[in-house]
Design a binder for this molecule. Structure first.
Ligand SMILES: [Zn+2]
Ligand SMILES: [Zn+2]
Length: 389
């Protein structure tokens, strides 16, 4: 029997408001939405930001693979965590069943999330009436410290420090444990301790990293968010295996997030920056990460000599020469004898007509590793690169 596997997919990773600015495309502009499929096939959705629309579209293309039921956890009621709900196509199909979980807001009272649904779709904010949502919907209230099971997954909820409240969730399965803690500002000792308990020993800890440590100390104090440094501190303290920096600020460009990731990696080994389309598979005591590749119709066969410099998974600098034979405007597939680290930077120096790789006219590109897999030959790695400069 094969060992159990669970899969976590990121459909929205941006905080506060969606972004469409091209400088944010690589990490993505949709607001929080994660999908988690437990080893027993139970489907979970964490938050209903604008990424939920994309998830819904994907579901529609694979209905035969889907159970008609999903469990949806909403951390809180700020726009960026609920705005995908009216655009989630599976809610308009009567064969689907959704079970929503969130907390009772002291501003809304009973059935808070149900009220949020109704308000969001009320006249004149949305053209379609709530009655068009024909999927079966059930709402459950979750409170701080709650522990319960959904099929074979054990859920724990803990209160976070965020204006008007927010819940963090821990989902434990036979393949591994994920902890989702976004929209949290450290600094309240009781809640800080509680988050450490929630995150203890997690295989994947997804943590708010909206601001820089400097911003948090100065102008963004009290806004309800964290920095990469807070996630790293918790990860080190409670033995988290992989940290994912999440809820990127809408003003953070891809280059800025790259810089944040580099800093965090200087301090903690296993850190990733959440990226739209990123998937993590948990099982067999390890976590595999897959990033969305640069799939381009413009890609074509080529034959360029190139020199490639970067960092291996162990953080060692390497440089080697290779032939690039699969190239597009956005990226390339490069075969290397080294295995560079995912989400690390590669310097690619390519020959151009009349200029070899050492010539002044050689093309110098900076890329970002989105995929590594075994190459066609032994001891070879096929490396997917997206060019950033
Ligand atoms: Zn948020
Ligand atoms: Zn919020």
């Amino acid at each position: 029997m094969s060992s159990p596997k669970a899969k976590l997919t990121f459909w929205g990773v941006r905080g506060s408001t969606p972004t469409v600015d091209p400088a944010t495309w690589r990490y993505g502009g949709n607001t929080p939405c994660l999908e988690f499929i437990a080893p027993d096939g139970t489907q979970f959705i964490l938050d209903c930001g604008t990424g939920l629309r994309m998830l819904g579209n994907r579901w529609a293309t694979t209905p035969e693979k889907r159970a008609p039921e999903a469990h949806i956890f909403v951390t809180h009621y700020h726009w960026d965590h609920i705005q995908g709900i009216p655009f989630f196509a599976p809610l308009y199909s009567e064969k689907n069943r959704f079970h929503f979980y969130s907390f009772r807001s002291k501003f809304l009272g009973r059935d808070s999330l149900k009220q949020v649904f109704e308000t969001q779709m009320a006249y004149p904010y949305f053209p379609v009436d709530l009655s068009a949502m024909s999927a079966a919907r059930k709402f459950s209230e979750v409170s701080d410290g709650d522990n319960f099971e959904i099929n074979d997954t054990k859920i724990t909820a803990r209160w976070l420090n965020h204006p008007q409240g927010c819940l963090g969730f821990r989902l434990e399965t036979s393949a591994g444990t994920i902890v989702y803690a976004t929209d949290n500002e450290p600094g309240v000792p009781k809640l800080d301790r509680s988050l450490c308990e929630l995150a203890a020993g997690a295989d994947v800890f997804i943590n708010d990293a909206q601001f820089s440590p400097e911003q948090l100390a100065a102008s963004r104090k009290g806004w309800g968010h964290s920095s990469w440094l807070d996630g790293v501190k918790i990860a080190k303290e409670v033995g988290v295996r992989n940290l994912v920096l999440f809820h990127h600020d809408p003003d953070s460009t891809d280059r800025l997030v790259d810089g944040v990731l580099r800093q965090a990696r200087g301090d903690f080994e296993a850190v990733y920056a959440a990226s739209e389309g990123m998937a993590m598979t948990l099982g067999e005591q390890k976590v595999d990460v897959i990033l969305p590749g640069a799939r381009s119709t413009l890609r074509r066969e080529a034959h360029f000599r190139a020199r490639v410099a970067g960092f291996t998974e162990n953080g060692h600098a390497f440089q080697e020469e290779t032939i690039i034979s699969d190239l597009s405007l956005q990226g390339a597939l490069i075969y290397l004898s080294h295995s560079p680290r995912l989400q690390s930077e590669l310097q690619v120096t390519m020959e151009t007509p009349g200029n070899d790789v050492n010539g002044d006219g050689a093309m110098r590109l900076r890329g970002y590793v989105v995929r590594t897999e075994p190459g066609p030959e032994r001891n070879q790695t096929a490396v997917g690169v997206v060019f950033t400069e």
